[in-house]
Write a protein that binds this ligand. Structure first.
Ligand code: HAM
Length: 433
């Protein structure tokens, strides 16, 4: 029988990779919290209707990429559920249904977690991937749009990442987009026959999505621009966002073709690109304002703005960066018993040492001492505490410094002091999860 394989487009994050992952997640949490954002977690699956209504029919995410399933309950009813393809609608739902917007104006939250899209797997495009993100819910002001963008920018800086380019656009208000929609229909309809199948369908249900098309790039290049359909209010709003970004010394490129792959955006839309990421996967992250989303989900109108950044893509960009933390030892100390009579004493010493907040592996196997020493080296330990029959009888242990290759006899009651003297504990007593 062939061994079970992991599903296509998913990744195991192995122990040697975890310090780098944790470092990215911690940096994001630190930067977000420095701006007053609080952590939030929502379920990994949600009502399918939330995504259908929120993200929109005609988007690739809803039409092709959702992991949806139906669950039947005991009463004969059923629920359509979907593994979340992204975090924004659920975060908005969680904030509004828990009334967090009643005592914070606006509500500032940040999150991290796995998302699921049934995409064609390749480098930087996974079926299960991880995002870090923030959402600012309950107020509409250009200063909040620029705050959100600045946090993303500072996050990349905290990773020591250079070469990020901020692409900025406005999608205008709903009215602006209705005008623009008509302009797009007028432009694309005469050439409908020559468009790809997806675009012919998009022209019917969601003409703005045509601008996402890579197949009909030439036709898209000549299409009217949204900027021509913007109201004076929308133009002023966007100008203020740009002014604030300039004040914060955050460089940006105006990109009138940036439409984003999700339908809920209005006004500011942006992406962070990196040159080392290829083609359609060049976005490290993206976001924007979604003032109409709450109503679409059945809540009172509530403005919001946020972004999400792909953790895998950040790590791809950082692959060879010196900034990434190296591996940590599994444990600083290995306590080894030699012979059955020493097992209980070794376990007791290991427990006492862990009680002082440090990482200790107990090796009470029947392997030979030289093998135990080799194993302790692999673990990355600097100290071995060896207890055999003779040591149990004399109430002592051999404390072996694996770096200096020195060994001394220490009374069992004094092991903690001996280890502190040997400076065995390189960390400050905290265990990094
Ligand atoms: P998004 O542009 O769909 O936006 O995704 C944000 C980021 O998630 C992408 O730029 C990319 O780094 C990562 N990502 C997306 N799909 C994949 C994939 N299949 N494999 C690997 N990484 C991927 C959103 O998700 C919005 N919720 C952002 C937002 C927050 N807008 C407002 N608030």
């Amino acid at each position: 029988m062939p061994p079970i394989q992991k599903p296509q487009g998913t990744d195991d994050i192995l122990p040697v990779q975890m310090p780098q992952w944790n470092w990215v997640l911690k940096n994001h949490a630190r930067v977000a919290q420095a701006h007053g954002y609080r952590p939030i977690q929502t379920p990994v699956f949600e009502d399918t209707a939330m995504f259908e209504r929120g993200i929109g029919a005609g988007t690739d995410v809803v039409d092709k990429e959702m992991y949806s399933f139906e669950m039947h309950d005991e009463k004969g009813g059923s629920t359509r559920l979907t593994l979340r393809p992204e975090g924004t609608p659920a975060t908005l739902r969680a904030v509004l249904s828990n009334h967090l917007d009643q005592d914070r104006h606006p509500v500032r939250v940040h999150y991290a977690g796995p998302m699921f899209r049934h995409d064609k797997p390749q480098k930087g495009r996974r079926r299960q991937f991880n995002q870090v993100g923030i959402e600012t819910i309950g107020e509409r002001a250009p200063s909040l749009d620029s705050e959100v963008i600045e946090i993303g920018w500072r996050f990349f800086q905290s990773l020591g990442m250079s070469g990020v380019s901020l692409q900025l656009n406005t999608l205008g208000s709903l009215d602006d987009r209705t005008t623009y929609r008509a302009a797009l229909i007028a432009y694309f309809t005469p050439m409908a026959e020559s468009l790809c199948e997806d675009c012919r369908r998009r022209l019917e249900i969601n003409p703005l999505r045509l601008l996402d098309c890579k197949t009909d790039a030439e036709a898209v290049a000549g299409a009217p621009q949204l900027t021509d359909s913007l109201s004076p209010e929308s133009t002023d709003y966007f100008a203020e966002v740009q002014r604030r970004l300039t004040d914060a010394e955050i460089p940006f490129t105006l990109n009138p073709r940036l439409v984003r792959g999700l339908d809920y955006y209005a006004h500011t839309a942006f992406e962070f690109w990196h040159t080392s990421l290829q083609g359609a996967q060049n976005a490290l992250g993206g976001g924007g304002r979604y003032d109409g989303l709450a109503e679409v989900l059945g809540f009172p109108a509530t403005p919001g703005v946020g972004y999400a950044i792909g953790v895998e893509r950040c790590l791809l960009v950082l692959e060879d960066s010196d900034a990434l933390p190296g591996g940590q030892p599994d444990a600083e100390v290995v306590v080894s018993s030699i012979g059955v009579a020493a097992v209980a004493a070794a376990a007791d010493v290991a427990r006492r040492l862990r009680g002082t907040g440090h990482r200790v592996v107990l090796d009470d196997s029947e392997r030979r001492l030289d093998k135990k020493i080799r194993n302790a080296d692999r673990i990355g330990a600097t100290i071995m505490v060896i207890i055999g029959d003779d040591e149990v009888r004399d109430g002592v242990a051999q404390v072996r410094n694996l770096e200096k290759r020195q060994q001394e006899r220490v009374p069992l009651g004094k092991i903690e002091d001996a280890l502190a003297e040997a400076n065995a504990f390189h960390n400050d007593g905290r265990i990094d999860l």
